[in-house]
Design a protein around this ligand. Structure first.
Ligand code: URA
Length: 201
């Protein structure tokens, strides 16, 4: 942990953080991964999404949330006018994961892996400096809040890394449990309202 902390502290820009983090040797899972998956979207976005870890498609492309769950994520946020492709920071998204390497067989990240990445995640949030953080599923809740239980946490605004944060159910969960989309929609509207309130002069 000390090593990750020292490495993360050295990064003064997101580009430096990506470079430095990709050289971190402390996690076994990197050996089985094809790509280091850092982030996607607009680094100046007001909203930063923190996911779990790359899956197969993300590992192949080197970009977060580009598989089936990622396509649903894009549609969800486009419904409230936000997109990773937007050039305007007001409408943009910045997307990353707790783990930058795919765990073998897409297994859940272990607590030790989450702990090892925490200094990098904290620095990532600090450097991107979003107004709002979305914690997508249990893994980012474990990292940012020190607890999980996403079905209870979702929709309740909290604070993570010193910023307003909204836990939401992961789109992979929504693909398996489509009835839960109703609550996810309520959470998106809550996010949208918060963004609008924050834009008032
Ligand atoms: N699930 C995640 O949490 N992150 C990704 O990048 C893809 C799927």
């Amino acid at each position: 942990l000390g090593q990750a902390q020292a490495m993360a502290a050295r990064a003064r820009t997101l580009a430096e953080l990506s470079e430095i983090q990709s050289g971190f040797e402390g996690l076994e899972i990197r050996r089985g991964a094809r790509n280091f998956v850092f982030a996607d979207g607009h680094p100046g976005a007001r909203v930063m999404i923190l996911g779990e870890a790359p899956g197969e498609e993300e590992d192949r492309q080197g970009r977060p949330f580009v598989g089936r769950a990622g396509q649903l994520l894009d549609r969800m946020f486009e419904a409230i006018g936000l997109s990773r492709d937007a050039v305007d920071a007001e409408r943009a998204l910045y997307i990353t994961n707790v783990l930058p390497w795919r765990p073998p067989g897409n297994r859940r990240p272990e607590q030790a892996e989450i702990d090892a990445m925490l200094p990098f995640v904290a620095r990532h949030v600090e450097l991107a400096s979003p107004d709002i953080l979305v914690l997508m599923g249990n893994t980012p809740c474990k990292a940012a809040l020190g607890r999980d239980g996403i079905l209870r946490l979702r929709g309740h605004w909290t604070e993570a890394f010193g910023r307003p944060a909204l836990p939401m159910t992961h789109p992979a969960y929504l693909l398996r449990n489509p009835v839960a989309k109703r609550e996810a929609w309520a959470d998106l509207l809550s996010l949208s309202a918060r963004l609008q309130a924050g834009s008032q002069p």
